[in-house]
Design a protein. Structure first.
Length: 286
């Protein structure tokens, strides 16, 4: 696990290195694009089409991983002291948490004056207050803005509607922090965020366990049967559409190791292992 990277990015890199079906890996981690603008930007740089939910060409594995590591290399570092209103702390032990609390209070002030507003507007407002800051430090602060917004949402004083954030607590002055103070944003708030992440990981583990058991059950069944003349090999992907007039064009290279699907209208893509798990749970496979 890469300790200096966000958890979902560390897991993304691990799966890219270990899984032979890159399309499934990209499809799985595309669910983070709506909440991680940096990952979304990387996907776009490598030819990702948000409307189709796929890449024009499968990205180079080495270049993609290199870009992920480069973009998120400073994620875990605290903001440097050149931006004192955010990074000022009283002790090294609690520097990270206190820096986040101070940043949350500053973000709150911006939200009160610019309601509703977007992440980009909040980030740009903070960058205006910075002086003599490098590009790497600027990116680090932009990442921490997301942490601050998540803390405020967890504290129940900010609501998110699409890409807009809106302050729903009290306060109409910049120095009025009756809703979100050093006491409000405590370890309990941070623990609440961590608990949600743990819950999400448990759900992911449950899903992977179900897929593993389904695959093992299928293998055991196939070993007892004679090899059929026609068969489908894993990994595989199912494509479905509710549109009668939809048109699907499939292109592949000579070895069929890479395929490109072109749709006229919206399509829905299902992972083969996901379908197998559902069939097994419903006892369709005997």
């Amino acid at each position: 696990m890469h300790e200096d990277l966000p958890n979902h990015i560390s897991e993304f890199i691990r799966d890219l290195k270990s899984c032979s079906d890159l399309s499934s890996v990209f499809l799985y981690y595309s669910r983070y694009l709506h909440c991680d603008p940096y990952l979304h930007s990387i996907f776009l740089d490598f030819g990702y089409n948000p409307e189709k939910g796929d890449f024009q060409d499968t990205p180079s594995l080495s270049l993609f991983i290199e870009k992920l590591q480069e973009e998120y290399s400073n994620f875990s570092l605290p903001v440097k002291r050149s931006y004192s209103s955010i990074s000022e702390t009283s002790s090294d032990k609690n520097r990270s948490n206190k820096g986040l609390k101070i940043l949350s209070a500053r973000v709150k002030s911006i939200l009160i004056h610019k309601r509703p507003t977007s992440y980009r507007e909040v980030a740009e407002e903070l960058i205006k207050e910075m002086s003599m800051v490098s590009k790497a430090e600027e990116k680090n602060i932009l990442r921490r803005v997301y942490d601050a917004l998540n803390v405020l949402i967890a504290a129940g004083v900010v609501i998110k509607n699409g890409k807009e954030y809106c302050w729903k607590g009290k306060g109409n002055k910049e120095d009025y922090f009756c809703d979100i103070t050093e006491e409000t944003i405590t370890e309990n708030t941070l623990l609440s965020i961590r608990a949600k992440k743990i819950s999400s990981k448990r759900n992911t583990l449950q899903t992977l366990t179900e897929r593993f058991l389904a695959m093992r059950s299928l293998i055991a069944r196939n070993l007892q049967l004679s090899k059929p003349k026609d068969s489908m090999a894993f990994p595989l992907v199912f494509v479905a559409t509710a549109e009668d007039e939809n048109k699907l064009t499939i292109e592949s290279n000579n070895t069929c190791s890479t395929m490109r699907l072109k749709f006229r209208k919206q399509m829905e893509i299902f992972n083969g292992s996901e379908i197998l798990a559902q069939c097994t749970s419903q006892k369709i496979i005997n």
